[in-house]
Design a protein around this ligand. Sequence first.
Ligand code: TRP
Length: 332
Amino acid sequence: MDRIFSGVQPTGNLHLGNYLGAIRNWVKLQEGHECLFCVVDLHAITVWQEPEDLRRATREVAAALIACGIDAERHVLFNQSRVRAHAQLAWIFNCVARIGWLNRMTQFKEKAGKDRENASVGLYAYPNLMAADILAYKANMVPVGEDQKQHLELARDIAQKFNHDYKVALFPDIRPLILGEATRVMSLRDGTKKMSKSDASDASRINMTDHADQIADKIKRAKTDPHPLPDDVTALEARPEARNLVGIYAALTDRAVADVLAEHAGTGFAAFKRALTDVTVSVLEPIAIRMRELLAHPERVDAVLKRGAERAGAIADPVLAEVEEVVGFLRP
Ligand code: TRP
């Protein structure tokens, strides 16, 4: 059976874009695959995190995943720092990956910005840790967003170079599963920008924990244009805000955009936004309720993560031992 690994950062608020672009797909992938889902706290500290915020965000993201339907009994849900193999294998990969490879990573350039000298070494080596996440489990399928494609290619290069240098066939080839191309959720204030947790305006996004009235309010105030909905998908191309709202509606109702247009063509945005509010609330409300229940008992979330880490460690430890043997570490 294919083994899936994916990771999510424990930073800030999860929003509708995370749900439609990633989490919902993870939930579906649980059928027919063995899955490991990891809250990547080691990756989070590549940029400064207030310790209490990090702890809270780690719990919140875990609770959100469970509330969205990740089955932590049948699959494995844990936080990265609890399984030592990640950091240990990452060190070995630091010695496999080449500086030239990392220098090509566009995300580092974006995140480090102008003051590159002052970025943490961890931010630079971030992709090596990501490769370790995946390969510590010999996972061969990795669902990620478009922005992580380059990191996955690097992970494949690391696996190949390791196998080649040590003349082994230890690591599998990694199959990227690029998610969310069809359901890129854009900001409610600007249809050309991705919905983002770091947008200064909270009105630009729908958070997983927003209440029904907040959702209604944000959708009501979402930017649109004065024209009614067209009957043809191509007519949406020049209307990014309209396209975004129709896309969200289609994703939430599991229908094609063309299908939604066929039903709502000629409708004005006032009415369409009411329909969109109804479907958004009907999907997010039960998740938010479950999330609040879980977070009212943080010890239950912690227990799930603890058990997950034990099960993850049981898979990763033998792989790490195999790697250490191949590398030539004396293991007396
Ligand atoms: N870097 C990924 C992100 O920011 C998160 C991540 C960490 C990840 N390790 C991973 C994703 C391993 C897939 C596989 O989205």
